[in-house]
Design a protein around this ligand. Structure first.
Ligand code: AMP
Length: 111
C-alpha cells in the first residue's frame, strides 16, 4: 500500500533490522525498543488492524512469534505478545503488527 511505513519496510524502500521473513510475514527490530528484545511481526499483505485480518493471517504471525521467541532465547523465562488496535489501543502505525517483547519482567496492567 502506497505510503504505508511498514509496506515500504517490507519492500526494502526503508531500511530495517530484519530478523525473519517467510511467504506470509516479515519481522524486524523495533526502532524504539521497550525491552531487550522488541520485534515487530507484520503480515506482508497490508491490512490496517487485527479487525481486518483473517484467522490465517493472525496464525502466521503467532507462528513466527513462537519461532522468534525460541530463537531469541525467551521461551524459558517468558515473553509478551501485543497487538495494539485503534487510537485508544495505542496503535500508531496502521498496518497490523504483533509486538514480541522479552528479556525483562513485564508489568500488569500495562499503562
Ligand atoms: P504501535 O504503536 O503498536 O502502532 O507500534 C508501532 C511501532 O513501530 C512502535 O513501537 C515504533 O517504535 C515502531 N516503529 C516506527 N517506525 C519504525 C521503523 N522505521 N522501524 C522500526 N520500528 C518502527
Amino acid at each position: 500500500m502506497e505510503n504505508c511505513l511498514f509496506c515500504r519496510i517490507i519492500a526494502g524502500e526503508i531500511p530495517s533490522s530484519k530478523v525473519y521473513e517467510d511467504e506470509h510475514v516479515f519481522a524486524f527490530r523495533d526502532i524504539d525498543p521497550q525491552a531487550p528484545t522488541h520485534i515487530l511481526i507484520v503480515p506482508k499483505a497490508h491490512c490496517d488492524s487485527v479487525m481486518d485480518a483473517s484467522a490465517e493471517t493472525v496464525g502466521h504471525m503467532a507462528d513466527a512469534a513462537k519461532l522468534l521467541a525460541v530463537r531469541e532465547g525467551l521461551n524459558e523465562k517468558g515473553f509478551r505478545l501485543v497487538i495494539n488496535t485503534g487510537d485508544e489501543g495505542g496503535q500508531s502505525v496502521k498496518h497490523l503488527h504483533l509486538h514480541l517483547l522479552g528479556g525483562r519482567s513485564m508489568q500488569w496492567p500495562p499503562g
